[in-house]
Design a protein around this ligand. Structure first.
Ligand code: URP
Ligand code: ZN
Ligand code: ZN
Length: 458
């Protein structure tokens, strides 16, 4: 099956030009200024539109038990929503059970995705313990293509690991060429502050943010980088929200330390004020780390421009207001942490980044697709438009507008954090490994067609 995407503006992390993209089977066969002479089975007119590599979202939580419930999107609804938004690859988090092995967790998450995922997927592994046996087993997981591990400095008693445990895993990651993703917040101190706030009768959602000060994200970020530096390995800080934490990453990078970090759209477009919305609505934005002061957002944009932040992922972890977020009515500590965003990332970043003049077109593609593919061992199969790469392509209409809303989104969650926001730039036609999966506003792929991605080490 040969498909030609004709007459669009091909945009990658490094260049853009008016061009045609020829797909043969699942791969890109040729890119050229005029390939219209080639006989094809299907032709897609991209005139007036961009042709970009499919988005790579390296931080999602589908079908994940958390906070006494399970994230609302499974691998079917979540990956279909991703495709609608122009994302064609995700890297989700498998979670090791206490006392369980890493393989058990990987197999559990492979089972969750199988038969359901509509786009390609890989896994990071969350390690909740740091025994010798588990550290040895990390090598087995790397052979299966799980080449990154997430560790938590937050959530004591649930996911938290102490510094010594973290340090040993960092050392092991160095032997394996694996990447450590760090949730950098000082969990034990946050728990003290949260307990004190609750004891004083402060139960509303906004106290989730008030009890997680930016300084404690910065402190943990500093410590994570210091531990990685002493262990002699790179570290990747996930969902960075505080400008103070970004200063730590930037300072380390300035010293030549391989510290990397991602931020997420919620930290670029939402802010502390959202927690002050009436009634229990602030719960929509309960996530960790929390939303920060609006005036700090420009620091994150600067970080994205200067490459102190390399990736924009979503941390998509949706919980419905009804019956899920509601678990924390009367106690902000019981509100399941997380928010939806797998579908809205590419358009938000285009609108608030490229259209608003904060980042270039190339930087947009780099942050949302190329850099995450490179950092997490998927490049050049994913993240670019080149002969031999998977034909994961998005025909993106930069002039089309959409209004983000729970009434129209495809995520299985009863609210949209950006409700009513108008965005310029919409994914029009989406191809995954050469197959059209979204066309004319409809999902036309098949759940279960997504393939597991074995990722490379550093
Ligand atoms: O609030 C969040 N971020 N929920 C998902 C779990 C995590 O820490 O990434
Ligand atoms: Zn986290
Ligand atoms: Zn997360």
């Amino acid at each position: 099956m040969k498909t030609l995407i004709r007459g669009g503006t091909v945009v990658t992390a490094v260049d853009h030009y008016r061009g045609d993209v020829l797909i043969d089977g699942e791969r890109i066969a040729q890119v050229g200024t005029d390939l219209s002479w080639i006989q094809v089975d299907k032709s897609i007119d991209a005139s007036g539109k961009y042709v970009i590599p499919g988005g790579v979202d390296v931080h999602t939580h589908l079908d994940m038990p958390f906070g006494g419930t399970t994230s609302a999107d499974d691998f079917q609804s979540g990956t279909i929503a991703a495709a609608f938004g122009g994302t064609t690859t995700i890297v989700d988090f498998a979670v090791q059970d206490r006392g369980g092995t890493l393989r058990q967790a990987w197999e559990t998450w492979m089972g969750k995705a199988e038969g359901k995922a509509a786009i390609d997927y890989g896994f990071h592994m969350v390690m909740r313990e740091s025994t010798e046996a588990l550290r040895k087993e990390m090598g087995e997981l790397v052979k299966e293509g799980v080449t990154s591990f997430k560790l938590f400095m937050a959530y004591p008693g649930v996911l938290y690991l102490d510094d010594a445990s973290i340090f040993r895993i960092l050392q092991r990651s160095g032997e394996l060429g694996a990447t450590i993703c760090m949730h950098a917040e000082n969990g034990p101190v946050i728990d003290v502050i949260a307990e004190q706030a609750f004891a004083q009768g402060n139960t509303a959602p906004k106290y989730h943010a008030i009890t997680r000060p930016a300084r404690l994200e910065a402190e943990a970020t500093n410590r994570a980088i210091a531990l990685a530096e002493v262990a002699g390995v790179p570290v990747y800080i996930v969902h960075l929200s505080a400008a103070e934490a970004l200063e730590e990453v930037a300072a380390a990078r300035h010293r030549g330390i391989p510290a990397f970090a991602e931020t997420c759209p919620q930290y670029l477009f939402l802010s502390y004020e959202n927690y002050e919305e009436p009634g229990f609505d602030g719960a929509k934005y309960v996530m960790s780390p929390p939303l920060r002061a609006k005036e700090k957002q420009e620091s994150l944009w600067r970080g994205l421009r200067l490459n102190d932040l390399q990736v924009v992922s979503t941390d998509h972890c949706p919980f419905c207001m009804k019956e899920q977020k509601e678990l924390g009515k009367g106690d902000f500590r019981k509100i399941p942490n997380g928010a939806p965003g797998i579908e809205t990332r590419m358009s938000l970043l285009h609108d608030g980044g490229v259209v608003a003049g904060r980042i270039s077109l190339h930087r947009w593609v780099e942050l949302a697709s190329t850099a995450p593919a490179k950092i997490f061992g998927l490049f050049p199969r994913k993240g670019t438009i080149a002969p031999g790469s998977d034909a994961d392509l998005v025909v993106f209409d930069p002039k089309a507008e959409a209004v983000l809303s729970a009434k129209t989104h495809h995520m299985k969650v009863d609210y949209n954090p950006y409700e009513g926001r108008r965005v310029r730039g919409v994914s029009d036609t989406v191809l995954s490994r050469g197959e059209v999966v979204v066309e004319k506003g409809k999902f036309v792929g098949k759940p279960g067609r997504g393939q597991y991605l074995r990722r490379a080490t550093r």
